[in-house]
Design a protein around this ligand. Structure first.
Ligand code: TYC
Length: 109
């Protein structure tokens, strides 16, 4: 962080201000959206392979999405979240499935 110092002894030169708090990157939720055509097994496989879920948890997340319309597959920094959305969407399309995912920022803490 820099600012022009009003102190006349530093003659308006740019001063460096120290900040002791470490900045944490904003995190993004990757949401899985329900649809009527993507097979349940494909969604479970996606959760296991791309979001590192154990089979039981993957099943629970998939069923929650199936019943509620959407659910959180994982939480990542922006780049990772957007890459997962792109990779999984591409894989679904290769199989002819309409599966949709979106990345959305978490509320700031
Ligand atoms: N509703 C789908 C079916 O009945 C299964 C499904 C679950 C699809 C989760 C997408 O994100 C999803 N085959």
């Amino acid at each position: 962080m820099t600012r022009r110092d009003a102190d006349p002894t530093t003659q308006g030169r740019t001063q460096t201000l120290e900040r002791t708090q470490t900045q944490r990157p904003r995190l993004y939720r990757v949401l899985l959206l329900n649809d009527d055509y993507t097979p349940m097994e494909f969604v479970v496989m996606v959760l296991e392979r791309h979001f590192r879920k154990a089979e039981q948890e993957a099943q629970l997340i998939m069923l929650a999405v199936h019943h509620k319309g959407q659910g959180v597959a994982g939480v990542y920094t922006r780049d990772v979240a957007e890459t997962k959305v792109a990779q999984v969407t591409a894989e679904a399309r290769q199989h002819g499935y309409p599966l949709r995912l979106v990345a959305e920022p978490e509320a700031e803490s």
